[in-house]
Design a protein around this ligand. Sequence first.
Ligand SMILES: O=C(CO)[C@H](O)[C@H](O)COP(=O)(O)O
Ligand SMILES: [Fe+2]
Length: 229
Amino acid sequence: MSFDRKIKIAPSILSADFANFGQEIQAIEAQGADWVHVDVMDGHFVPNLTFGPPAVKAFRPHVKTVMDVHLMITPVDPYIDAYAEAGADILTAHVEAGPHIHRTLQAIRAAGMKAGVALNPGTPAEAVEHVLDLADLVCVMTVNPGFGGQKFIDMTAKIRRLRQMIGDRPVHIEIDGGVDPGTAPLVAEAGADVLVAGSAVFKGGSVSAPEVYGQNMRAIRAAVEGVLV
Ligand SMILES: O=C(CO)[C@H](O)[C@H](O)COP(=O)(O)O
Ligand SMILES: [Fe+2]
């Protein structure tokens, strides 16, 4: 996985058909997804439950691009090796999930994955300032984590501040929550290069009508065309 700052679309399979993950992943990739975003929720850090390492391992053979695993769990550290074994390419932990994000990011890299750190809407950019050398990705939540289909919360000032703090380090800025053709240009102009989108990609489509996923992704790409990050 090489570093580039081109805009990437990472559909969140939280909005996919839960009885049909393999085909859903194949469909979004065939329709142009750059990464596949996998939301892990524990019913404790966030008020919702999704799946754990065995499910992520089952997704792995279907993902030909990049499997981007967003952990909304606490604690994180006891599960890092399990997600490495499950085949995550990027493992993102929330800075709010424990007192030792520095150690967590080190452990994620030591397990052979790229390390991401996520910030809730109420958390300032400065919370990750001292771990930027240990991070490959900063995920800025533009909803309160836990559910798909929520309304976008404007975090453009935080994104700009992070882009400034990151400087020339090879660190992605990923935006997660409420991204659609209307909000994508705002975050791209502010400096984001990875756009997670669940409901905006999956709406109206299915594995029998996968071209709708392609249309939805093209609508997001068209909205950010010409924006330099
Ligand atoms: O982490 C998440 C929620 O906690 C999801 O990735 C996010 O909500 C994507 O869904 P949508 O694009 O529908 O907002
Ligand atoms: Fe997510």
